[in-house]
Design a protein around this ligand. Structure first.
Ligand SMILES: O=P(O)(O)O[C@@H]1C[C@H](O)[C@@H](CO)O1
Length: 303
């Protein structure tokens, strides 16, 4: 099979099916949970057992990771005996990838048999209630690039993936958010785990003070450069979604602020707090009854 690289569009249903079949013919894993690891959070894979890893560059139609902190491997493995597949590194709009490339792996998840997607990312806080190192359970989002037409579902709609006009008012599973809050309380994490609204900007620059103020006024608790395209495509194809954002910095909301955001700080905080994110996800997955979830996925995904 020809491996098509770069930004060339190879995201049709047949392209996705070819990539999924390529993977399924090379692994015995049949994942039910797909986990997308955000900046510096690739270590989430460490505790998985029976791991089998594919480098993105070897997978037909897959883009390559170009950002520090994003390793570029698709890893199959079990967490707490639940079959999972991990993206160790994601794709961003600012890398120059089209929206269909950014979200291509989510459709591969779907065709591999995944039913639940867990997205993680690093973001800057706009809310005065959040501190650096806190974990935000994503309750809802603001798709700023989507408002400007940078949207993964623009273009012809293939009904084999999902319907033309999907509902997004319940993008993040209420049941999983509740499970995350309960699990955080059991782990003694309640002081630093909060729910909030994530806003995506395209990046790659961090926000000006005026932009940050505007995003806050619009209702965003944190801001980052990813996740929403993946969530949108996941919801479109009937996957259940859960999202966690690690607050790696405060976004300056004042001209007198001494804070200057940079990617090294983002990675440093992610690495320092990865263990917390990891233990929350593990504890949630341990409690997760896949069969019960499957039934509610089917009920919730009538779209
Ligand atoms: O992939 P995520 O959203 O975790 O990465 C964040 C956003 C930018 O890519 C980068 C900025 O430092 O980290």
């Amino acid at each position: 099979m020809m491996h098509i690289k770069g930004n060339q569009c190879c995201c049709s249903f047949d392209d996705c099916r070819n990539t999924a079949e390529w993977l399924l013919s090379r692994t015995r894993h049949r994942p039910k949970i797909g986990i997308i690891c955000g900046s510096g959070l690739g270590l989430l894979v460490d505790s998985a057992s029976r791991k089998q890893s594919f480098r993105y560059e070897d997978i037909p139609n897959f883009p390559a990771s170009t950002v520090a902190g994003h390793e570029g491997c698709l890893v199959f493995g079990d967490l707490k005996e639940k079959p999972c597949v991990f993206m160790q590194g994601r794709f961003h709009l600012y890398e120059g990838y089209s929206m269909c490339k950014v979200t291509f792996p989510v459709r591969i998840f779907k065709l591999l048999g995944v039913e639940t997607v867990i997205v993680t990312n690093a973001s800057g806080s706009l809310s005065q209630d959040f501190k650096v190192g806190d974990i935000m359970i994503i309750k809802d989002h603001i798709n700023l690039p989507g408002f400007a037409g940078q949207h993964p579902l623009c273009g012809p709609n293939d009904e084999r993936f999902g319907i033309r006009f999907p509902c997004m008012s319940d993008a993040y599973s209420e049941e999983l958010r509740k499970l995350a809050l309960d699990t955080s309380a059991e782990l003694g994490y309640s002081d630093f785990v909060h729910e909030g609204v994530y806003c995506m900007v395209s990046g790659p620059n961090f926000e000006t003070v005026a932009e940050a103020r505007m995003l806050h006024i619009l209702g965003s608790d944190s801001v980052g450069m990813s996740t929403i395209p993946e969530v949108t495509v996941a919801k479109h194809c009937g996957l259940r979604v859960f999202g966690l954002s690690l607050i790696t910095n405060k976004v300056p909301l004042d001209y007198s602020s001494e804070e200057k955001v940079n990617h090294e700080e983002v990675l440093q905080i992610s690495k320092m707090r990865a263990e917390m994110v990891q233990s929350l996800i593990y504890a949630m997955i341990a409690k997760y009854d896949i069969n019960e979830l499957n039934q509610s996925v089917q009920m919730n995904c009538q779209n």
